[in-house]
Design a binder for this molecule. Structure first.
Ligand code: PGA
Length: 249
């Protein structure tokens, strides 16, 4: 069952990035006070470079934008070079005119994670909810750090990472060895993500093909967290040909 998910297949990862950047810059042009949701990982890196390029070329200002990120490693400070706060600063925030105080990333060193997570949910609500949120997908179908089994109505909370996610993040792109990867994270929930008015999920490469096929064509099930987007009213998957290769025609 394909649900409502719209699928756009691009010729390669560069085209995926251009399409994603086009959506974000258009969103901000139409509503300068947009609330945007961002993701980390290798997949969105090219999109962030494109957003910065396009915003500059088309003179679209992000000065009134508010942003929220999906997740953060538990135990890492924002200035740790593997923290998602650091990633966002380096990959996007320092290249556009978004105001640092309007960018929200969960605090991986919060003393009381429950209070941190509740405050994050409340802040999203207090600014009117997220207009457009970009997501990646794990090889196991996770979205943010919502690993298989995460409930459809889950909210921001402290979670444990699966071995598959720890392995994927210690293949040298980020951490060098699995022992360095934090075992827990603060993550927005599937319910938090589903509340966004518009979602775009990016996937590139053959390693994502199984997860994408299950998310789009398989059952609506917490076993494949991304499948829980099937009944979202405005969700688009932007894929390269490899990631799309196992979809039903
Ligand atoms: P990746 O991660 O973009 O580094 O593949 C995606 C994810 O785990 O959500």
């Amino acid at each position: 069952m394909a649900g409502n998910i719209k699928v756009v297949v691009c010729k390669d990862a560069d085209e995926v990035a251009r399409k994603c950047a086009g959506m974000f810059v258009e969103q901000v042009r139409n509503k300068p006070t947009s609330v945007l949701g961002f993701a980390t990982g290798s997949t969105p890196e090219k999109s962030y470079a494109q957003i910065a390029k396009l915003a500059k070329a088309e003179k679209v200002s992000f000065a009134k934008v508010t942003s929220f990120n999906l997740d953060e490693y538990w135990g890492l400070d924002g200035d740790h070079d593997q923290s998602y706060r650091y990633f966002m600063n380096e990959q996007l925030f320092k290249h556009i005119d978004i105001r640092p105080w309007n960018t929200n990333v969960l605090n991986g060193k919060a003393r009381f994670p429950e209070i941190e997570c509740r405050a994050y949910e409340e802040k999203i609500v207090s600014v009117g909810g997220v207009d457009l949120w970009v997501l990646g997908i794990g090889n196991n179908g996770h979205i943010a750090f919502n690993e298989p089994g995460s409930p459809v109505d889950s909210r921001t909370r402290l979670v444990s990472l699966t071995q598959s996610t720890i392995d994927a993040n210690s293949d040298g792109r980020f951490f060098k060895v699995a022992a360095e990867v934090p075992r827990c994270a603060l993550s927005t929930g599937i319910g938090t993500i589903r509340d966004a008015r518009k979602l775009v999920l990016l996937a590139t490469g053959a390693k994502k093909a199984d997860a994408i096929a299950k998310a789009v064509d398989g059952a609506f099930t917490p076993d494949v967290p991304a499948s829980l987007l099937q009944d979202h009213p405005d969700c688009t998957f932007i894929l390269d040909q490899e990631a799309a290769s196992k979809l039903k025609k």
